[in-house]
Design a protein around this ligand. Structure first.
Ligand SMILES: Nc1ncnc2c1ncn2[C@@H]1O[C@H](COP(=O)(O)OP(=O)(O)O)[C@@H](O)[C@H]1O
Ligand SMILES: [Mg+2]
Length: 308
């Protein structure tokens, strides 16, 4: 899979009067993947997306999309992006198809089959009689995504696309978003304040808290942090690693600092690890089996407040 970066922000910052709501955010979105921006309400997710899309001014920093700074290149960049920021203003007395016709005309959509194709992707009927006012929340969200897809964009930016949906609705949206990425090579940036939703949908995750990007990593990296591990602290990390590798064949570990290692390889009991290290005259200062779940991890990095 390509790891080409198609969207980056560099020290992206937004100030409202004295309040800094987005603070030097650097995100990197890879082509063909789903990037999930995770943060509590008020963290700055919508503001980041609005700055990326030119819907609010940038106080400082830069956004680069498709290898071009958005400054001076808006006309070439934005037609290649589809987005939903807050609920699109659909007409309640029109059907889904009629609503998309209005937006397609406004946007100069050329492909005559665009509406049917977009509805098909999100699993809504074409030329159905149901008016928007009688749509369920899930159907409304899906129509919003269909609208964002009309011009066959390479990049989709979706602010809280699963907000308020039940697990089935979330699973349906997840399925077609993943299909769009993994089969059609589109790239998606989405946001959510719900950890479990991001963990289900995203390939890469950026965690934003009080306007600061605390972490950016792949889902696998994040899940690793939530796995069980044996925490080992010694006074000699080089010898410790050598003993663990040579005597116990342990290869799945991460060195946290000069005297702290996490072992994810749980084939051996904690007592055996202790015995082998002690037998090798390693001075053990701490050894414990730990389980960090994702929630615990978020609480830790967001200073105890956690995320939904
Ligand atoms: N137009 C605005 N004027 C002043 N403050 C704003 C404005 N829009 C957003 N904010 C503030 O910026 C912060 C981040 O908001 P937002 O980006 O909407 O967060 P999120 O989408 O993560 O919930 C919040 O404290 C919010 O009150
Ligand atoms: Mg928001």
């Amino acid at each position: 899979m390509s790891k080409e970066i198609i969207l980056t922000t560099t020290n992206l910052t937004k100030k409202y009067k004295k309040q800094i709501t987005v603070n030097n955010v650097n995100i990197n979105v890879k082509k063909g993947r789903i990037y999930g921006l995770l943060g509590r309400n008020g963290a700055g997710k919508t503001t980041v997306m609005k700055m990326i899309l030119g819907l609010t001014s940038i106080s400082s920093g830069e956004v680069s999309i498709f290898d071009q700074p958005i400054k001076n290149n808006k006309k070439t960049i934005y037609p290649r992006i589809g987005s939903i920021i807050e609920v699109p203003g659909f007409y309640s007395n029109l059907t889904g198809t009629e609503n998309l016709k209005v937006f397609a005309r406004l946007r100069g959509t050329i492909n005559p089959n665009a509406i049917q194709e977009a509805l098909n992707v999100v699993g809504l009927p074409f030329n159905d009689k149901k008016t928007f006012s009688s749509y369920s929340l899930g159907m409304k969200q899906r129509l919003g995504i269909a609208n964002a897809l009309l011009n066959d964009p390479e990049l989709l930016i979706l602010d809280e696309p699963t907000n308020g949906l039940d697990p089935i609705g979330i699973a349906e949206i997840r399925m077609f978003l993943q299909k769009l990425c993994h089969e059609q090579g589109k790239t998606i940036v989405l946001s959510s304040h719900i950890l479990s939703e991001i963990a289900l949908m995203a390939d890469d995750i950026g965690i934003i808290h009080n306007g600061v990007l605390l972490e950016e990593c792949t889902l696998e990296e994040l899940q690793k942090k939530s796995e069980q591990y044996v925490s080992v602290q010694t006074t000699n990390m080089i010898d410790t690693v050598h003993i663990l590798e040579s005597k116990l064949n342990i290869t799945n570990y991460s060195i946290e600092d000069d005297n702290f290692i996490k072992i994810y390889d749980l084939a051996h009991s904690v007592s055996l690890i202790a015995k082998v290290l002690v037998d090798a005259n390693i001075e053990l200062t701490h050894l414990q089996l730990c389980t960090d779940n994702l929630e615990d991890y978020f609480k830790k990095i967001t200073g105890g407040e956690g995320i939904a």
